[in-house]
Design a protein around this ligand. Structure first.
Ligand SMILES: [Zn+2]
Ligand SMILES: [Zn+2]
Ligand SMILES: [Zn+2]
Length: 170
């Protein structure tokens, strides 16, 4: 039995990361928030959210459609996009603009600014609140009298986990 391979086979996240916990927390929070806000987490919205939370990788809309088709025959692209819009509005997922893809958010119960670290190798997205960075950026933007509609910083590179794996191969 190869225990080390077993321990690392399914997730590239740091050791001790229990992804089932991420998923159950995300779905639990979503259900609660929708009740509090008086909005409906319809089966399609719930399904899309679950599929996005399969991992911390950014997922494209067409990939979601491919995965949802076998589960919900009636799912159409427009249905997926409406579900995605709803989830973004509720702050349950983020759009990764530079990839035109989506990732689950479990860091806050409301919409917020974010710094996204995007791994070009495994597509995992790590979200960091980075309040000092955002504060500095706000001040800079204010000086330009610019009206902000959305603010997200997307950084592309290689995550620590992938960097380690690449190192092993050399
Ligand atoms: Zn996770
Ligand atoms: Zn977030
Ligand atoms: Zn990576």
């Amino acid at each position: 039995m190869n225990t080390s391979a077993e321990a690392s086979h399914n997730h590239s996240h740091p050791l001790g990361h229990d992804h089932k916990k991420c998923v159950s927390e995300a779905l639990g929070t979503a259900a609660q928030l929708c009740v509090v806000r008086g909005v409906q987490l319809t089966p399609i919205r719930q399904q899309v959210l679950e599929l996005i939370w399969e991992s911390h990788k950014a997922v494209k809309a067409y990939e979601l459609l491919d995965r949802i088709k076998p589960l919900m025959d009636a799912a159409k692209p427009a249905t997926i996009y409406r579900a995605l819009d709803f989830l973004i509005e509720q702050g349950l997922i983020h759009r990764v603009e530079s990839l035109n893809a989506f990732v689950g958010c479990n860091c806050s119960a409301h919409q917020h600014e974010q710094l996204l670290l995007i791994c070009n190798n495994c597509q995992e997205v790590e979200e960091r609140p980075a309040p000092e960075v955002m504060q500095a950026l706000s001040e800079e933007i204010k000086q330009a009298d610019f009206i902000v509609h959305s603010k997200a910083i997307e950084i592309h590179g290689v995550c620590a986990q992938c960097a380690e794996t690449m190192g092993d191969q050399n």
